[in-house]
Write a protein that binds this ligand. Structure first.
Ligand code: GLV
Ligand code: GLV
Length: 327
């Protein structure tokens, strides 16, 4: 008989069909957000689970579901996983890297440009019927071309944004990262390594692409915002919690910085109420990887991790390969 698995959220029908060739599949095509007790209830006895960022898989869930062998996330970020708890129980974790890199870098640039050039703020003005005349400073923003782009977090997505900025827009690119890139990658991205302090002090546009962890919690708070240029913009396409949203809303209201573009929020899908009332922020609902081909590729990669591991013993993108070595 086929091993039982759970797909915890709605997904492309052909991803389900592919999984049904190998597994007894329980689904959630109604796309309800299950409270933890309901998730555990549906997960009991299953050998694998297809998750998205909205399912938190921690020790309590793992202990309630001892049959579970693999948790496959349809996201590159995996702060919804307690990886140590999984490794300790011999449960494999996989994510969905690489397939979303260029799409997400595109969106980082879209948000940067919308923020610097006040695209959504001016659209709201127009839709509200307030456009009565041209004026010399109406929605005057800041330039992208020739400006200094500061990237915090220089993984694959950060490098994609650096290449776009340097090669496409003639930007000067500086970056900060836990470790410095090798010289060849720095040259390809035309990016120079600087301290976080220098980056905040010199960048015209700051883009955040660091994974969320206890160490990256509030990478940008009131103190960091105070170091930025008053004309600077800040873009977060990483995770909620990397930025102190309350401090950012205050800095935007006080014009401590010019503007921000946010795709992710602390406690999303809730958004800090002050961010909803300041005009100089572009807000999008966690869609940086959302193109049809990329979301399809992410769904298929998560499915292929389940098949690769449970059927063939070879997952494609394992996060805790120590579990494989221990088998
Ligand atoms: C999206 O946020 C992802 O981590 O893939
Ligand atoms: C993050 O994992 C990235 O690919 O930048």
């Amino acid at each position: 008989s086929k091993p039982p698995i759970l797909i915890a959220r709605a997904i492309f029908p052909d991803v389900i069909t592919k999984l049904e060739e190998h597994f007894e599949v329980d689904t959630n095509q109604a796309d309800e957000i299950w409270p933890k007790a309901k998730l555990i209830d549906r997960l009991r006895g299953k050998h694998g689970v297809f998750t998205t960022s909205s399912e938190r898989i921690d020790a309590e869930v793992l202990d309630a579901c001892p049959q579970l062998k693999i948790v496959a996330n349809m996201a590159v970020g995996y702060n919804n996983f307690d990886i140590d708890a999984m490794t300790a129980r011999g449960v494999l974790a996989t994510n969905a890297p690489d397939v979303l890199t260029e799409t997400t870098a595109d969106f980082g640039f879209a948000l940067l440009m919308a923020t610097a050039r006040r695209v959504t703020e001016s659209e709201h003005f127009l839709r509200a019927g307030k456009w009565e005349k041209w004026s010399y400073d109406m929605f005057a923003g800041s330039d992208i071309h020739g400006a200094t782009l500061g990237i915090i977090g220089m993984g694959r997505i950060g490098q994609g944004i650096a290449r776009r900025g340097a090669h496409g827009f003639g930007m000067k690119v500086v970056y900060h990262n836990r470790s410095r890139l090798d010289a060849a990658t720095e040259a390809e991205c035309k990016a120079s390594y600087v301290s976080k302090e220098e980056l905040l002090r010199t960048a015209d546009h700051v883009v955040l692409v660091v994974p969320y962890s206890a160490a990256s919690h509030h990478t940008i708070g009131a103190a960091e915002l105070a170091q930025m240029k008053p004309t600077a913009t800040l873009v977060n396409i990483a995770r909620g919690g990397i930025v102190d949203d309350a401090a950012l809303a205050q800095a935007l209201r006080d014009r401590r910085i010019a503007a921000a573009g946010l795709d992710v929020f602390e406690g999303e899908p809730k958004v800090h109420p002050d961010l909803l009332t300041v005009p100089n922020v572009v807000l999008t609902p966690h869609i940086a990887s959302a193109t049809v081909p990329t979301r399809r590729a992410m769904g298929h990669l998560a499915a292929d991790n389940l098949i690769g591991f449970l059927v063939h013993g070879r997952p494609l993108t394992p996060l805790n390969p120590a579990v494989l070595a221990a088998k």
